[in-house]
Design a protein around this ligand. Sequence first.
Ligand SMILES: [Zn+2]
Length: 314
Amino acid sequence: MSEWIPRDKQAAVCFSIDDIHPGKSSDAYEAGGDLNKGVLGRLCWLLRRHPKLETTLFVTADWREISPHPTRRILSRIPGLRDRVYLTPILPEGTMHLARHPRFVQFLRSMPRTSVGLHGLHHVRKGLKPLVEFQDESVEQCRRTLASAIAVFRQAGIDFVPGMCPPAWNAPPNLLEAMAQLGLTFVASARDVRTAVDSAAVTNMSGMKGMPLIYPQRIQGGRMVQITSNFAANNPIDRALQIVESGGLLAIKAHAVKEAFGRTAIDGLDELYANYLDILLSTLEDRYGDSLWWTSMHKIAERMLVPIPLRKAS
Ligand SMILES: [Zn+2]
């Protein structure tokens, strides 16, 4: 099998942002809809200052979430019923459908070194965990939801890369199987910004547990690659340097939304985090130069899933 990193590179860097959708600051929250004046503008600034940086935007096909936690408190106490209703207010279907936001789509398409991956269909569901879109569905149900999301991207005219960061990072086995069956090649499920960096360290925070902390890993019988996000706004630069010194993949994560319903995302890409990333990326460029592989999740997956050519019989 091919190695995950080119031989002349010491370590790798990739960057991804979750929850991108056409929400504007005049909606419940801004998540890309303000274009150059919002989170995408801050990303463009980083891309201009760091010409090797590549980004993967995990975009939701038809975002319906408003509140990240249940707000219907009485209903949420009634077992059975609470699993059959939305316990938060949600947007009507189609409000944030990508095909209805052509300026947003056009802006995404114009961004340099930026790939779009999947981040669920609606980013909300019925029951107590409204953000965890994929839970106990069958493979067939997961396939249908994914196919609907993919159809939205096609209708909107977005070229997307074949991978997903599942909402709330939850990737149960049936979802992984459905993804592999549909030909998706990578999943960004595991997220661990706490476990100490070590070449043998495994993940134990959000999403898939027991995955390598600093290396991509083939899963689903070699049909897909799992990539762990291992760095965010609340980590010191030393953590990034340790990952690089260990020959790993530094996978930096950010979120599109900073504040929603009284909840603050530490790694929401506000100006402060953008400035911090600017310093981090400059440090990496100065110290390591061309020995770093500035890449993206789908390029890593592409490299790792190259079919092994059959040897000629001699
Ligand atoms: Zn999300």
